[in-house]
Design a protein around this ligand. Structure first.
Ligand code: ATP
Length: 145
């Protein structure tokens, strides 16, 4: 039985799939693969890549923290922010990365280090996930990694 998957943010429903075969999420303790019939699970997420496999094709999203809740038939990802790979504005992410790097290179007493590091992690992640969209408007073929 396939998985029903929702990715939502406090602002919008970003992805909804009724027939997913697998979901990979960036758990705070590492990447987690969730297959149908998974036990009940609740875990915080860090900034990273979500991959949802539907009919053998992976759809990629960048998320920046939040939670995943899974049951045997359903996976709900409630993310702070979430963008499908093909909707990421790489130039914006590049600018955000440069700003964060400049802050981190500045005088430490003038920088909120944790905030700048989090902004850098979001930007680097968006750039990495955006790369996965190259060559395909919606999905890229599943890779064996
Ligand atoms: P920026 O400084 O460019 O706003 P940020 O990391 O501070 O980057 P967030 O606060 O994480 O931005 O996100 C604010 C909103 O903008 C969210 O809705 C998020 O999905 C969207 N967003 C942020 N960066 C990008 C991007 N590079 N491409 C597409 N959407 C983005």
């Amino acid at each position: 039985m396939p998985l029903e998957v929702d990715v939502t943010t406090p602002e919008r429903l970003v992805l909804s799939a009724k027939d997913a075969e697998m979901v990979i999420v960036p758990g705070v303790l590492g990447e987690m693969g969730i297959l149908p019939n998974h036990t009940h699970l609740l875990s915080p997420l860090k900034a990273g890549k979500v991959a949802v496999t539907v009919k053998g094709e992976e759809r990629h999203l960048a998320v920046s923290g939040g939670f995943v809740e899974a049951s045997p038939e359903r996976v709900h990802i409630l993310a702070e922010t979430a963008e499908p790979a093909e909707k990421i504005d790489s130039e914006r992410a590049e600018r955000a990365k440069e700003r964060a790097e400049q802050r981190l290179a500045g005088p430490p007493e003038e920088v909120n280090i944790a905030r700048a590091q989090a902004a850098l992690a979001r930007a680097v992640n968006r750039l990495a996930v955006a790369e996965l969209a190259s060559g395909s408007p919606h999905a890229s073929p599943r890779r064996n990694v």
